[in-house]
Design a protein around this ligand. Sequence first.
Ligand SMILES: Cc1cc2nc3c(=O)[nH]c(=O)nc-3n(C[C@H](O)[C@H](O)[C@H](O)COP(=O)(O)O)c2cc1C
Length: 377
Amino acid sequence: MQNFFIGLSSIHWREAWKYGERAFRYCQHDLGHALACLRYAAATLGWSIELCTEVGDDELAIILGLNRSQDFVALEHEAPDVLCRVRTQPDAKPLDYHALVSLAHTGHWQGKAYSLRAYHFYKWPVIDEVAHAAKKWSAPESTHTFMPMAMLPSSCQKSAAEIIRTRRSAQHFNKQVSPMRQDSFFRILSAVLPSAAVPFDSWPWSPRVNLLLFVHNVEGVDAGLYALVRQPQHLTELKAAMLTDFSWQCCHAELPFYQLIAGDFRMLAKKLSCHQAIASDSAFSLAMVAEFADVVAEQAWAYRRLYWECGMIGQVLYLEAEAEEWRGTGIGCYFDDAVHQILGLTDNRFQSLYHFTVGIPLEDQRLQTLPAYAHLS
Ligand SMILES: Cc1cc2nc3c(=O)[nH]c(=O)nc-3n(C[C@H](O)[C@H](O)[C@H](O)COP(=O)(O)O)c2cc1C
Protein backbone atom coordinates (compact mmCIF):
# COMPACT_ATOMS: atom_id res chain seq x y z
CA MET A 1 0.00 0.00 0.00
CA GLN A 2 1.28 3.45 -0.99
CA ASN A 3 1.42 6.35 1.43
CA PHE A 4 -1.69 8.52 1.13
CA PHE A 5 -3.55 11.55 2.51
CA ILE A 6 -6.81 11.76 4.46
CA GLY A 7 -8.58 15.13 4.66
CA LEU A 8 -11.10 15.89 7.41
CA SER A 9 -13.88 18.47 7.22
CA SER A 10 -16.99 19.47 9.19
CA ILE A 11 -20.56 20.31 8.20
CA HIS A 12 -21.48 22.69 10.99
CA TRP A 13 -25.19 22.42 10.17
CA ARG A 14 -25.14 18.73 11.11
CA GLU A 15 -24.68 19.84 14.72
CA ALA A 16 -26.29 23.28 14.53
CA TRP A 17 -29.83 22.03 13.79
CA LYS A 18 -29.73 20.42 17.22
CA TYR A 19 -27.22 22.33 19.32
CA GLY A 20 -27.38 25.86 17.88
CA GLU A 21 -24.33 28.01 18.54
CA ARG A 22 -22.54 25.25 20.39
CA ALA A 23 -22.28 23.40 17.08
CA PHE A 24 -18.97 24.96 16.16
CA ARG A 25 -17.19 23.65 19.21
CA TYR A 26 -18.89 20.26 19.06
CA CYS A 27 -17.60 19.87 15.50
CA GLN A 28 -14.11 20.65 16.77
CA HIS A 29 -14.49 18.13 19.61
CA ASP A 30 -15.60 15.52 17.08
CA LEU A 31 -12.62 16.34 14.91
CA GLY A 32 -10.30 15.55 17.84
CA HIS A 33 -12.13 12.26 18.42
CA ALA A 34 -11.80 11.47 14.71
CA LEU A 35 -8.07 12.21 14.70
CA ALA A 36 -7.52 9.82 17.60
CA CYS A 37 -9.66 7.17 15.83
CA LEU A 38 -7.54 7.53 12.71
CA ARG A 39 -4.33 7.23 14.65
CA TYR A 40 -5.50 4.11 16.50
CA ALA A 41 -6.74 2.54 13.27
CA ALA A 42 -3.46 3.30 11.49
CA ALA A 43 -1.51 1.83 14.41
CA THR A 44 -3.40 -1.48 14.16
CA LEU A 45 -1.99 -1.72 10.62
CA GLY A 46 1.51 -0.67 11.63
CA TRP A 47 1.10 2.71 9.92
CA SER A 48 1.78 6.20 11.24
CA ILE A 49 -0.05 9.50 10.82
CA GLU A 50 1.33 12.98 10.54
CA LEU A 51 -0.84 16.11 10.59
CA CYS A 52 0.10 18.52 7.80
CA THR A 53 0.29 21.57 10.04
CA GLU A 54 1.53 23.83 7.25
CA VAL A 55 -1.63 23.49 5.10
CA GLY A 56 -4.06 26.41 5.22
CA ASP A 57 -7.84 26.07 5.12
CA ASP A 58 -8.08 27.60 1.63
CA GLU A 59 -5.63 25.07 0.23
CA LEU A 60 -7.41 22.21 1.96
CA ALA A 61 -10.74 23.44 0.60
CA ILE A 62 -9.28 23.28 -2.91
CA ILE A 63 -7.89 19.78 -2.36
CA LEU A 64 -11.21 18.46 -1.02
CA GLY A 65 -13.37 20.41 -3.48
CA LEU A 66 -15.05 22.31 -0.66
CA ASN A 67 -14.49 25.67 -2.33
CA ARG A 68 -17.04 24.61 -4.97
CA SER A 69 -19.98 26.38 -3.32
CA GLN A 70 -22.24 25.50 -6.28
CA ASP A 71 -21.91 21.82 -5.27
CA PHE A 72 -23.35 22.40 -1.80
CA VAL A 73 -26.79 23.30 -0.52
CA ALA A 74 -26.98 26.79 1.03
CA LEU A 75 -26.31 26.78 4.80
CA GLU A 76 -24.95 23.23 4.62
CA HIS A 77 -21.46 24.01 3.44
CA GLU A 78 -18.51 21.91 4.51
CA ALA A 79 -15.56 23.48 6.32
CA PRO A 80 -12.00 22.20 5.78
CA ASP A 81 -10.28 21.09 8.98
CA VAL A 82 -7.06 19.15 8.61
CA LEU A 83 -5.01 17.09 6.19
CA CYS A 84 -3.33 13.93 7.49
CA ARG A 85 -0.39 12.24 5.84
CA VAL A 86 -0.70 8.47 6.33
CA ARG A 87 2.58 6.62 6.12
CA THR A 88 2.20 2.97 5.29
CA GLN A 89 5.87 2.71 4.41
CA PRO A 90 8.16 4.60 6.76
CA ASP A 91 11.04 4.74 4.26
CA ALA A 92 9.02 6.15 1.35
CA LYS A 93 9.53 9.81 0.46
CA PRO A 94 6.92 11.92 2.31
CA LEU A 95 4.07 12.94 0.01
CA ASP A 96 3.95 16.58 -1.01
CA TYR A 97 0.46 18.05 -0.75
CA HIS A 98 1.25 20.84 -3.26
CA ALA A 99 0.82 18.31 -6.06
CA LEU A 100 -2.74 17.70 -4.82
CA VAL A 101 -3.55 21.41 -5.03
CA SER A 102 -2.44 21.50 -8.69
CA LEU A 103 -4.36 18.32 -9.44
CA ALA A 104 -7.50 19.71 -7.84
CA HIS A 105 -7.28 22.81 -10.03
CA THR A 106 -7.02 20.83 -13.24
CA GLY A 107 -9.19 17.85 -12.24
CA HIS A 108 -12.73 17.12 -13.35
CA TRP A 109 -15.11 17.35 -10.39
CA GLN A 110 -18.32 15.34 -10.33
CA GLY A 111 -21.34 15.16 -8.07
CA LYS A 112 -23.21 17.41 -5.70
CA ALA A 113 -23.66 17.16 -1.94
CA TYR A 114 -27.09 15.91 -0.82
CA SER A 115 -29.14 18.18 1.38
CA LEU A 116 -29.39 17.03 4.97
CA ARG A 117 -33.10 17.76 4.59
CA ALA A 118 -33.39 19.59 7.87
CA TYR A 119 -35.46 22.73 8.00
CA HIS A 120 -33.43 25.83 8.52
CA PHE A 121 -35.84 27.49 10.93
CA TYR A 122 -33.08 29.08 12.94
CA LYS A 123 -29.91 30.53 11.61
CA TRP A 124 -26.79 30.81 13.71
CA PRO A 125 -24.64 33.46 12.03
CA VAL A 126 -22.14 33.39 14.89
CA ILE A 127 -21.02 29.96 13.69
CA ASP A 128 -19.80 31.39 10.39
CA GLU A 129 -18.31 34.38 12.21
CA VAL A 130 -16.24 32.22 14.52
CA ALA A 131 -15.28 29.89 11.66
CA HIS A 132 -14.04 32.92 9.74
CA ALA A 133 -12.16 34.33 12.75
CA ALA A 134 -10.52 30.98 13.44
CA LYS A 135 -9.47 30.34 9.86
CA LYS A 136 -6.08 28.68 9.42
CA TRP A 137 -3.57 30.23 7.02
CA SER A 138 -0.79 28.28 5.31
CA ALA A 139 2.32 28.63 7.42
CA PRO A 140 4.98 26.31 8.80
CA GLU A 141 4.52 25.60 12.49
CA SER A 142 6.95 24.52 15.16
CA THR A 143 6.44 21.15 16.78
CA HIS A 144 7.12 20.02 20.34
CA THR A 145 8.91 17.30 22.27
CA PHE A 146 7.03 14.62 24.16
CA MET A 147 6.98 13.86 27.86
CA PRO A 148 9.51 11.12 28.67
CA MET A 149 6.78 9.03 30.24
CA ALA A 150 5.65 5.48 29.59
CA MET A 151 2.04 4.37 29.94
CA LEU A 152 1.36 2.33 33.08
CA PRO A 153 0.62 -1.36 32.34
CA SER A 154 -2.85 -2.72 31.65
CA SER A 155 -4.09 -6.24 32.28
CA CYS A 156 -6.46 -5.99 29.29
CA GLN A 157 -6.28 -9.06 27.02
CA LYS A 158 -8.65 -7.77 24.33
CA SER A 159 -7.42 -6.79 20.90
CA ALA A 160 -7.52 -3.14 19.83
CA ALA A 161 -10.10 -4.03 17.16
CA GLU A 162 -12.39 -5.63 19.75
CA ILE A 163 -12.22 -2.58 22.00
CA ILE A 164 -12.73 -0.15 19.12
CA ARG A 165 -15.71 -2.03 17.69
CA THR A 166 -17.54 -2.43 20.99
CA ARG A 167 -16.95 1.09 22.33
CA ARG A 168 -20.13 2.98 23.10
CA SER A 169 -21.18 5.94 25.23
CA ALA A 170 -22.91 5.16 28.51
CA GLN A 171 -26.28 6.85 28.87
CA HIS A 172 -26.73 6.02 32.55
CA PHE A 173 -24.40 4.64 35.17
CA ASN A 174 -24.96 2.19 37.99
CA LYS A 175 -23.70 3.98 41.09
CA GLN A 176 -24.16 0.91 43.32
CA VAL A 177 -20.97 -0.75 42.11
CA SER A 178 -17.58 -1.63 43.57
CA PRO A 179 -14.95 1.09 43.23
CA MET A 180 -12.80 1.24 40.14
CA ARG A 181 -9.52 -0.59 40.74
CA GLN A 182 -6.67 1.77 41.45
CA ASP A 183 -4.43 0.24 38.75
CA SER A 184 -7.22 0.74 36.17
CA PHE A 185 -7.67 4.36 37.22
CA PHE A 186 -4.00 5.24 37.01
CA ARG A 187 -3.54 3.31 33.77
CA ILE A 188 -6.36 5.38 32.20
CA LEU A 189 -4.79 8.61 33.44
CA SER A 190 -1.33 7.64 32.21
CA ALA A 191 -2.76 7.03 28.72
CA VAL A 192 -3.92 10.64 28.35
CA LEU A 193 -0.50 12.11 29.10
CA PRO A 194 1.20 13.53 26.01
CA SER A 195 3.81 10.78 25.73
CA ALA A 196 5.25 9.44 22.49
CA ALA A 197 2.60 6.68 22.46
CA VAL A 198 -0.44 6.36 20.17
CA PRO A 199 -2.39 8.59 19.55
CA PHE A 200 -0.42 11.56 20.93
CA ASP A 201 2.63 10.67 18.83
CA SER A 202 0.68 12.26 15.95
CA TRP A 203 -0.12 15.44 17.92
CA PRO A 204 2.43 17.97 16.66
CA TRP A 205 1.71 20.87 19.01
CA SER A 206 2.63 21.64 22.57
CA PRO A 207 0.03 20.20 25.00
CA ARG A 208 -2.34 22.84 26.36
CA VAL A 209 -5.00 20.80 28.14
CA ASN A 210 -5.00 19.62 31.77
CA LEU A 211 -7.60 17.54 33.60
CA LEU A 212 -9.47 18.54 36.76
CA LEU A 213 -10.99 15.35 38.13
CA PHE A 214 -13.87 14.69 40.49
CA VAL A 215 -12.97 11.29 41.94
CA HIS A 216 -16.14 9.63 43.27
CA ASN A 217 -15.45 5.92 43.55
CA VAL A 218 -11.89 4.71 43.06
CA GLU A 219 -10.24 2.14 45.31
CA GLY A 220 -7.60 3.71 47.57
CA VAL A 221 -8.08 7.25 46.21
CA ASP A 222 -10.02 9.57 48.54
CA ALA A 223 -13.07 11.15 46.98
CA GLY A 224 -12.23 14.71 46.03
CA LEU A 225 -11.00 17.15 43.45
CA TYR A 226 -7.70 16.34 41.73
CA ALA A 227 -5.56 17.72 38.90
CA LEU A 228 -3.68 15.80 36.23
CA VAL A 229 -1.21 18.33 34.86
CA ARG A 230 -0.43 17.28 31.29
CA GLN A 231 1.68 20.32 30.60
CA PRO A 232 4.37 20.57 33.33
CA GLN A 233 4.90 24.27 32.55
CA HIS A 234 1.32 24.95 33.68
CA LEU A 235 1.77 23.72 37.24
CA THR A 236 2.95 27.00 38.76
CA GLU A 237 0.42 29.04 36.77
CA LEU A 238 -2.48 26.79 37.67
CA LYS A 239 -1.56 26.95 41.35
CA ALA A 240 -1.46 30.75 41.15
CA ALA A 241 -4.70 31.00 39.15
CA MET A 242 -6.81 28.66 41.28
CA LEU A 243 -8.16 28.83 44.87
CA THR A 244 -5.46 29.23 47.50
CA ASP A 245 -7.23 26.59 49.67
CA PHE A 246 -6.14 23.83 47.28
CA SER A 247 -3.34 21.69 48.74
CA TRP A 248 -1.71 20.48 45.48
CA GLN A 249 -0.51 17.36 47.21
CA CYS A 250 1.21 15.02 44.74
CA CYS A 251 -0.45 11.60 45.04
CA HIS A 252 1.44 9.37 42.62
CA ALA A 253 5.10 8.46 42.21
CA GLU A 254 5.02 8.50 38.41
CA LEU A 255 2.08 10.67 37.37
CA PRO A 256 1.65 14.47 37.71
CA PHE A 257 -1.50 13.80 39.74
CA TYR A 258 -2.35 16.16 42.62
CA GLN A 259 -5.06 16.21 45.24
CA LEU A 260 -6.55 19.69 45.52
CA ILE A 261 -9.22 19.05 48.13
CA ALA A 262 -10.94 15.96 49.58
CA GLY A 263 -14.72 15.68 49.66
CA ASP A 264 -17.80 14.15 48.09
CA PHE A 265 -18.34 16.21 44.94
CA ARG A 266 -20.94 14.04 43.22
CA MET A 267 -23.71 16.61 43.38
CA LEU A 268 -21.39 19.42 42.34
CA ALA A 269 -20.07 17.43 39.37
CA LYS A 270 -23.66 16.73 38.28
CA LYS A 271 -24.62 20.40 38.48
CA LEU A 272 -21.54 21.52 36.56
CA SER A 273 -22.35 19.10 33.72
CA CYS A 274 -25.80 20.61 33.07
CA HIS A 275 -27.38 18.46 35.82
CA GLN A 276 -26.53 15.24 34.00
CA ALA A 277 -26.38 12.27 36.38
CA ILE A 278 -23.68 10.62 34.27
CA ALA A 279 -21.22 13.07 35.89
CA SER A 280 -22.12 12.01 39.45
CA ASP A 281 -22.98 8.31 39.20
CA SER A 282 -19.57 7.40 37.79
CA ALA A 283 -16.20 6.38 39.24
CA PHE A 284 -14.85 9.76 38.20
CA SER A 285 -15.75 12.67 35.98
CA LEU A 286 -13.56 15.50 34.84
CA ALA A 287 -13.24 18.92 33.24
CA MET A 288 -10.57 19.58 30.60
CA VAL A 289 -9.02 22.95 31.38
CA ALA A 290 -6.89 24.49 28.65
CA GLU A 291 -4.39 27.30 28.52
CA PHE A 292 -6.58 29.69 26.56
CA ALA A 293 -6.42 33.48 26.31
CA ASP A 294 -2.75 33.83 25.36
CA VAL A 295 -2.90 30.89 22.96
CA VAL A 296 -5.88 32.27 21.08
CA ALA A 297 -4.56 35.85 21.14
CA GLU A 298 -1.36 34.69 19.50
CA GLN A 299 -3.06 32.63 16.82
CA ALA A 300 -6.84 32.69 16.44
CA TRP A 301 -7.08 29.34 14.72
CA ALA A 302 -5.53 27.69 17.80
CA TYR A 303 -9.05 28.00 19.23
CA ARG A 304 -10.07 25.04 17.06
CA ARG A 305 -6.96 23.10 17.91
CA LEU A 306 -7.67 23.34 21.68
CA TYR A 307 -10.94 21.48 21.14
CA TRP A 308 -9.20 18.94 18.92
CA GLU A 309 -6.78 18.21 21.76
CA CYS A 310 -9.75 17.76 24.13
CA GLY A 311 -11.50 15.44 21.65
CA MET A 312 -8.38 13.37 21.27
CA ILE A 313 -8.10 13.01 25.04
CA GLY A 314 -11.79 12.07 25.09
CA GLN A 315 -11.27 9.28 22.57
CA VAL A 316 -8.35 7.90 24.60
CA LEU A 317 -10.60 7.93 27.67
CA TYR A 318 -13.37 6.10 25.77
CA LEU A 319 -11.06 3.29 24.64
CA GLU A 320 -9.02 3.01 27.81
CA ALA A 321 -12.23 2.85 29.86
CA GLU A 322 -13.51 0.00 27.64
CA ALA A 323 -10.18 -1.81 27.98
CA GLU A 324 -10.52 -1.69 31.77
CA GLU A 325 -14.15 -2.99 31.52
CA TRP A 326 -15.61 0.43 32.35
CA ARG A 327 -17.37 2.83 30.02
CA GLY A 328 -17.02 6.52 29.18
CA THR A 329 -19.19 9.33 27.89
CA GLY A 330 -18.08 12.66 26.46
CA ILE A 331 -19.92 15.60 28.02
CA GLY A 332 -20.16 18.62 25.77
CA CYS A 333 -22.91 20.21 27.87
CA TYR A 334 -21.50 21.90 30.96
CA PHE A 335 -21.48 25.32 32.69
CA ASP A 336 -18.04 26.77 32.20
CA ASP A 337 -18.59 29.86 34.37
CA ALA A 338 -19.59 27.65 37.28
CA VAL A 339 -16.57 25.40 36.72
CA HIS A 340 -14.33 28.46 36.82
CA GLN A 341 -16.01 29.67 39.97
CA ILE A 342 -15.44 26.48 41.93
CA LEU A 343 -11.81 26.34 40.77
CA GLY A 344 -11.29 30.01 41.60
CA LEU A 345 -10.42 30.98 38.00
CA THR A 346 -11.24 34.66 37.60
CA ASP A 347 -10.30 35.17 33.97
CA ASN A 348 -9.89 32.99 30.88
CA ARG A 349 -6.14 32.46 30.92
CA PHE A 350 -7.36 28.92 31.55
CA GLN A 351 -10.68 27.80 30.15
CA SER A 352 -12.82 24.72 30.67
CA LEU A 353 -13.46 23.20 27.21
CA TYR A 354 -14.88 19.68 27.58
CA HIS A 355 -16.05 17.22 30.24
CA PHE A 356 -15.89 13.45 30.41
CA THR A 357 -17.10 10.72 32.76
CA VAL A 358 -16.29 7.04 33.33
CA GLY A 359 -18.44 4.49 35.17
CA ILE A 360 -20.26 1.16 34.90
CA PRO A 361 -23.10 1.50 32.39
CA LEU A 362 -26.72 0.65 33.02
CA GLU A 363 -27.66 -0.97 29.73
CA ASP A 364 -30.92 0.11 28.17
CA GLN A 365 -32.42 -3.25 27.18
CA ARG A 366 -34.64 -1.58 24.60
CA LEU A 367 -31.60 -0.67 22.52
CA GLN A 368 -29.97 -3.18 20.25
CA THR A 369 -26.37 -2.97 19.09
CA LEU A 370 -25.52 -4.66 15.81
CA PRO A 371 -21.93 -5.18 14.70
CA ALA A 372 -20.85 -2.14 12.73
CA TYR A 373 -18.55 -4.07 10.44
CA ALA A 374 -20.34 -7.44 10.24
CA HIS A 375 -19.12 -8.07 6.70
CA LEU A 376 -15.48 -7.83 7.86
CA SER A 377 -15.63 -10.37 10.70
C1 LIG B 1 -18.18 16.02 21.79
C2 LIG B 1 -19.21 15.12 22.45
C3 LIG B 1 -20.06 15.66 23.41
C4 LIG B 1 -21.02 14.84 24.02
N1 LIG B 1 -21.83 15.36 25.00
C5 LIG B 1 -22.71 14.56 25.65
C6 LIG B 1 -23.48 15.06 26.73
O1 LIG B 1 -23.36 16.23 27.13
N2 LIG B 1 -24.35 14.18 27.34
C7 LIG B 1 -24.48 12.87 26.94
O2 LIG B 1 -25.29 12.13 27.53
N3 LIG B 1 -23.75 12.38 25.93
C8 LIG B 1 -22.85 13.18 25.28
N4 LIG B 1 -22.05 12.67 24.29
C9 LIG B 1 -22.21 11.27 23.87
C10 LIG B 1 -22.98 11.19 22.54
O3 LIG B 1 -24.33 11.38 22.78
C11 LIG B 1 -22.68 9.85 21.88
O4 LIG B 1 -21.32 9.82 21.57
C12 LIG B 1 -23.50 9.67 20.59
O5 LIG B 1 -24.84 9.54 20.92
C13 LIG B 1 -23.04 8.44 19.80
O6 LIG B 1 -23.08 7.29 20.59
P1 LIG B 1 -21.83 6.35 20.81
O7 LIG B 1 -20.73 7.17 21.46
O8 LIG B 1 -22.32 5.24 21.71
O9 LIG B 1 -21.37 5.82 19.47
C14 LIG B 1 -21.10 13.46 23.68
C15 LIG B 1 -20.20 12.93 22.74
C16 LIG B 1 -19.27 13.74 22.14
C17 LIG B 1 -18.30 13.12 21.16
